[in-house]
Design a protein around this ligand. Structure first.
Ligand code: SF4
Length: 327
């Protein structure tokens, strides 16, 4: 179960004297929005609006100004580099799952020095996993990320600086979380084994195979874009995905190779939103995972920033780097 801290939200609404509040939840938590609304309305009487737009991260923070007095954003931690708005409350929706006793046995294969990582929901398990590993004689390190990262050990899908900060001092990483999305960021970003512990199922697996499969696809996309003559450079209008200056740099780079480049700003990058453009390839400066994980949905090659540099011969394939969003 995830903790929605409903009584803390009630107290925050009352203390702030708000009369209207917007609720922003990612897709996976939106099913709880009606019961959350009921709970808050019954106790505060404020006007509550559920934001129906897609939400993938705190990078997506809804601009509530002019609509409500305040915003409650669920499922993600703040991104410190985006600044602090006192009228926005982040509910990280931490999990209360407890580790099975058998978990220790499945971690026996780990080497001597381990870096621990997690999604925000499972950061609370870092001390327990540390104890398990230290009892087995392992050395455990928890890195501190840059100012896009709120908590030690936390990884975003576009930023694994917490892993980078201890990468030289560990032999492998253990990631606590569900799914591939977040551990893949670490697997792309550091040249170390990344194993994943699913705290719900107790399954432990290595990310190498998934990472290598995606990297092979990325190689195909880069090759497919080498002969492209026209590029659409995508800029995202979302606060935490906007990399306008990088987009301008890409436009200049493409033109310096005698090719044509157009720049388009958009809120959502989808196959539909790109259909109308007559170009040979896309360069995505928005969330880098759109190109890396969803490329099969697009009818033309979509490259990240470092991938464009490779396609244009400015960077070697051997020097491939994960396109992280830095503060
Ligand atoms: S840019 Fe992408 S990976 Fe990064 S926080 Fe936003 S949705 Fe997640």
């Amino acid at each position: 179960m995830f903790d929605f801290e409903l009584d803390r939200i009630v107290a925050w609404i009352r203390d702030g004297g708000y009369t209207s509040v917007a609720l922003q939840l990612p897709e996976g938590l939106r099913i709880r929005s009606s019961e959350i609304t009921d709970y808050l309305f019954e106790r505060t009487g404020v006007d509550i609006t559920i934001i129906g737009c897609p939400c993938y991260g705190a990078c997506d923070l809804f601009d509530y100004h002019g609509l409500t007095d305040a915003l409650v954003h669920f499922g993600h931690s703040p991104i410190p580099s985006q600044g602090d708005d006192p009228n926005v409350l982040y509910i990280e929706s931490r999990s209360d799952v407890e580790l099975a006793d058998s978990v220790g046995d499945s971690l026996d294969f780990l080497p001597e020095r381990i870096g621990l990582l997690a999604t925000v929901q499972y950061l609370g398990l870092i001390p327990a996993v540390t104890d398990i590993l230290e009892a087995k004689g392992r050395t455990v390190l928890v890195g501190v990320g840059d100012s896009r990262i709120c908590h030690p050990g936390q990884v975003l899908g576009c930023n694994c600086s917490a892993a980078e900060s201890v990468s030289d001092d560990v032999d492998a990483f253990l990631f606590i979380g569900e799914g591939d999305f977040h551990p893949l960021a670490a697997a792309f970003g550091v040249v170390k084994t990344v194993a994943v512990l699913n705290p719900v199922t107790s399954e432990v697996r290595d990310m190498s195979e998934v990472r290598d499969r995606i990297l092979r696809r990325r190689f195909g996309a880069i090759q497919g874009a080498r002969d492209a003559e026209t590029f659409l450079v995508i800029v995202c209008s979302k606060i935490g995905q906007n990399r306008s200056s990088e987009a301008d740099r890409m436009v200049e780079l493409i033109r310096s190779h005698g090719k044509r480049a157009f720049k388009a700003i958009m809120e959502e990058v989808t196959p539909m939103s790109l259909m109308a453009y007559r170009v040979d390839a896309y360069v995505n400066t928005a969330c880098p995972r759109i190109a890396m994980d969803d490329s099969a949905r697009y009818d033309r090659p979509m490259l990240t920033i470092p991938e464009l540099e490779i396609a244009l011969g400015e960077r070697e394939w051997g020097d491939y780097v994960f396109d992280q969003i830095r503060p």
